[in-house]
Write a protein of this length. Structure first.
Ligand code: NAD
Length: 425
């Protein structure tokens, strides 16, 4: 990291991790150092103050960010995160991962990310709406259907995207659905978008098992850390494949049942009670205990950095599918790869969301919408060849580390585009 001469970006572990991984990929593929240098920094970052009037009449000011890492392949694409720990460096790291993800799966999109440093759970619906609308106004000069297209991430959802779309459209005077993806279907969202990331996670697990010559079935045990938009769908899809989901968790803790948790029942319980507490189909465990469970497949689908140097030796899954972005720190990743654990890397594993976001954008631009089956078929037809490209890359470079192979695959395509476009001016 010493070679980056700017302290701004290095603050967050997520950004530092992303650069370490990029360095590793760069040295394995003998990447042109000029390209490597350019990829280590974002193209553009905007920091904004977001003042809102709270329900009690007071004014609170939050800090918001939008970072565009690289837009060589097309408009920026990446989610908006509302979380109390968000900062500029973390958003920049996430934007960098989006660049490689879009390139890896073959999308004509660049990498971006946004966020507000706020705990959304402390805000009322009205306060969240005010926050979203003011943030959209503050960043509106750098987003747009041809420039940079936000989507939901941690702490935001389809309703947040509806407010963003409405604010951007009100300011222009006509409806511009293409400014965001992950919108509700009623205003131009895509069928299958909400489930796409979790489904994509499962497509990659199926493909990994095929490559390893193993079968998924009733004896295959799965644990899911983070039963949110990604984790809940992944858990349900694994159950539908006949696997046994023995543990799931959210920020409040985990639930375990050695015979398998009935995921539909848990989802219904959650919808009714808004918390897993008291769910009769499993016994409570802590998140630390969940991470250490002996399972065949572990799906971290909550936040970054949950597997790190201090707990990595307790992880005993054979396959880890990174539903979340950056859930394993670089040092822990190395330990796991050396132990022979297959880690399906985030930029491949959770790419289903951005792929169907791309489909949503395309459908919106054409004003022609597809059936959910069509969306799912196209999702699979995009993810499986991407998985295979990464696998071939591992074989080509004789490495066992799928993360490096995924980065190489993404950087390879991007590098060609960067060299063809050349350096301006
Ligand atoms: P979400 O907010 O819907 O769900 C997050 C889940 O993790 C919640 O159940 C929350 O309670 C839980 N959680 C949060 N902190 C935790 C902790 N410390 N320990 C245990 N559980 C914790 O978010 P999401 O959209 O499902 O995103 C999850 C991850 O997937 C993020 O890393 C995100 O960047 C990534 N991702 C999401 C999408 C998408 O389409 N939603 C796409 C690609 C990647």
């Amino acid at each position: 990291m010493g070679e980056i001469n700017s302290g701004i970006w290095e603050e967050s572990p997520l950004y530092r991790n992303a650069v370490l991984q990029l360095n590793e990929a760069g040295s394995t593929m003998h990447l042109d150092p000029n390209v490597l240098e350019r990829l280590k920094r974002p193209k553009r970052a905007l920091v904004v103050s977001v003042p809102i009037r709270l329900d009690d009449g007071a004014i609170a000011v939050f800090e918001g960010y939008r970072v565009q890492h690289n837009m060589t392949l097309g408009p920026g694409k990446g989610g908006i995160r509302y979380h109390q720990d968000v900062n500029l460096s973390e958003v920049a790291g996430l934007a960098m991962l989006m660049t490689f993800k879009c390139s890896l799966v073959g999308l004509p999109l660049g990498g971006a990310k946004g966020g507000i440093r706020v705990d959304p759970n402390l805000l009322s619906r009205q306060e969240k709406q005010a926050l979203t609308r003011r943030y959209t106004t503050e960043i509106n000069m750098i987003i747009g259907p041809d420039r940079d297209i936000p989507a939901p991430d941690v702490g935001t959802d389809a309703q947040t995207m509806a407010w963003m779309m409405d604010t951007f459209s009100q300011e222009r005077g006509y409806a511009i659905p293409g400014v965001v993806t992950g919108k509700p279907v009623e205003i131009g969202g895509s069928l299958g978008r909400a489930e796409s990331t979790g489904r994509g996670v499962v497509y990659t697990i199926v493909q990994a098992y095929q490559k390893l010559g193993m079968n998924l079935g009733p004896s295959t045990t799965v644990s899911v850390h983070g039963f949110g938009k990604v984790g809940a769908v992944a858990a349900e899809e694994m159950e539908m494949l006949g696997c046994k989901v023995v543990a799931v968790s959210d920020v409040s803790g985990g639930y375990y049942n050695k015979n398998g948790i009935k995921i539909r029942e848990l989802t219904q319980y959650l919808a009714k009670n808004r918390t897993m507490v008291g769910f009769p189909g499993a016994e409570p465990i802590t998140n630390d205990e969940l991470i250490a469970l002996k399972v065949d497949i572990f799906i971290p689908a909550a936040i970054d950095g949950v597997i790190h140097g201090d707990n990595v030796n307790r992880v005993s899954a054979k396959v880890i599918a990174e539903g979340a972005n950056g859930p394993i720190t670089a040092d822990a990743h190395k330990v796991l790869v050396d132990k022979g654990v297959l880690i399906i890397p985030d930029i491949l594993c959770n790419a289903g969301g951005v792929i169907v976001s791309y489909f949503e954008w395309v459908q919106g631009l054409q004003n022609f919408f597809w059936s959910e089956n069509e969306v799912n078929d196209k999702l699979k037809a995009t993810m499986i060849p991407a998985f295979d490209r990464v696998w071939s890359c591992m074989e080509k470079y004789k490495i066992r580390d799928m993360k490096t192979a995924a980065l190489i695959t993404g950087v390879e395509r991007l590098k060609k585009a960067m060299l063809l476009r050349g350096l301006f001016p």
